[in-house]
Design a protein around this ligand. Structure first.
Ligand code: NI
Length: 164
């Protein structure tokens, strides 16, 4: 299986709300594999959400282990952020907006709940980069992009340098 192509802003699919997953079967497992492959294909990729490859289902992958040694891969099915604490501003990027980064305000600590493969609810307290990444991916499931959350498009959005 190779990776999928990633939809880029301003593709309207990125603006739609994804549908909840009722059960995990063959096609859902395939979608999860494809998301992981697509995320890993991107240098520095630490998260991806199904709508980014054109599938409007509430599934996202977060794996900050390249940047935080104690982290593990989270396969978030129907994720929901149930608690948010403390605000921080940090630089963020997105595979769907590859030419930009931005300063985005997010909760520093969150409690996230999601379904596992058996559709049992799990919960986990995340902080720092991992908490930021989870919030970013849940936004994708709700049709939101990080540029929607900046205080000022002029001051807080930056064009990436291009390296040849
Ligand atoms: Ni993104």
């Amino acid at each position: 299986m190779s990776q999928a192509s990633v939809l880029k802003f301003p593709d309207f699919v990125l603006r739609r709300i994804s549908k909840p997953v009722q059960h995990i079967g063959r096609s859902e497992r395939h979608l999860i594999e494809l998301l992981i492959k697509t995320m890993e294909h991107q240098p520095g990729g630490i998260g991806i959400a199904a709508p980014q490859i054109g599938v409007l289902r509430r599934i996202a992958i977060v794996d900050v282990s390249p940047k935080a040694a104690d982290a593990r891969r989270l396969i978030l099915i129907n994720p929901e952020i149930v608690k948010m604490e403390e605000e921080t501003v940090n630089r963020e990027g997105c595979m769907s907006l590859p030419d930009y980064t931005a300063n985005v305000r997010r909760a520093a600590r969150i409690l996230v709940r999601w379904d596992n493969y058996d559709m049992k609810r799990c919960e986990y307290e995340a902080k720092g980069l991992e908490a930021r990444c989870i919030q970013h991916e849940v936004d994708h499931l709700n049709g939101m992009l990080f540029v929607d959350r900046v205080a000022s498009l002029k001051r807080d959005v930056f064009r990436r340098k291009r390296y040849l």
